[in-house]
Write a protein that binds this ligand. Sequence first.
Ligand code: ZN
Length: 130
Amino acid sequence: MGTIREGLYDHEGYAARKLGDGTLTGAWTQATARFVAYVGACECGWAADQEHPPTPDGEVAALDDWVDHADHQEAAQMADRRRRLAETLRRLGGIAADVEDPANLPRIVRAADRARALAAELLDAEEARP
Ligand SMILES: [Zn+2]
């Protein structure tokens, strides 16, 4: 029922209902039918600071707040992948002197596989951008 974004796991977003006692809930039951505001929320535990009226427009505005959260999470994920790729490439460069010993080949293969996988994830994410 929530909103998801491909490649951004653990961040399903929804317009939470804020109840009179301040509780946020994603449940749509008779007990939560009377609510005071919509608030953008995410399964990761994030909730927006801003409240929106308990109307259809308010629900859309709350989901827009989640989109900002998802954009931020996605940017952080990309930055983390770039950092890990750079670190893996530095490690690969560091073991260039070890290629004479066949015992090092498994380690080299693992590092090269890791670099390839990280670069492919970055490329996929770039290509998925609108
Ligand atoms: Zn989240």
